[in-house]
Ligand binder design. Structure first.
Ligand SMILES: Cc1cc2nc3c(=O)[nH]c(=O)nc-3n(C[C@H](O)[C@H](O)[C@H](O)COP(=O)(O)O)c2cc1C
Length: 144
């Protein structure tokens, strides 16, 4: 695709504490994401960790701008920090309308009861490093 762009951001989770509230929020985010992104030819991956979301979105520039506009208005998170928005030569998540790569981390947190359990903090990462982390987690998840 000639006009392929990639966007990387992270944000602070604002969903009320508790595993049920989180499960419900993540299920509803993924349901809307998969429906809309399949329609708009957007692909990517979403990670939840240490009280943060991190997400990669790939697609036509206008499609990415539209979805990111909606995402920024969403009250389930805040302090949305854009790390990268640039042309890309190919899709890294071609088969994922929105892959969720934080499931294992999410499980660990549920049972340990601490957001710090994994020690991963996307706010300390560059866009490239965050992108590479999501690609690596997606590959691990595809193998599982
Ligand atoms: C962390 C996070 C990631 C999201 N990712 C997407 C996404 O990739 N695509 C999408 O359409 N909506 C995404 N959403 C949901 C949007 O904010 C919004 O609720 C949704 O697009 C509305 O869709 P609807 O009008 O079809 O219900 C995300 C929300 C959050 C909090």
């Amino acid at each position: 695709m000639a006009d392929l762009y990639r966007l990387v951001y992270y944000s602070r989770n604002r969903v009320a504490d508790g595993p049920e509230a989180l499960d419900t929020a993540i299920s509803s985010i993924l349901e809307a994401s998969r429906r809309n992104n399949a329609r708009d030819n957007v692909t990517g991956a979403l990670m939840f960790n240490s009280g943060c979301f991190a997400q990669v979105l790939e697609g036509r520039r206008e499609a990415i701008e539209d979805v990111f506009e909606r995402i920024q208005q969403d009250e389930r998170h805040g302090d949305v920090s854009l790390l990268a928005f640039e042309p890309a030569s190919r899709r890294a998540f071609a088969n994922w309308s929105m892959g969720f790569v934080g499931a294992s981390v999410h499980e660990t947190m549920r049972y340990s009861g601490t957001a710090e359990a994994s020690g991963f903090d996307p706010s300390r990462m560059t866009g490239d490093a965050l992108f590479e982390t999501l690609v690596r987690l997606a590959i691990e998840e595809e193998k599982a």
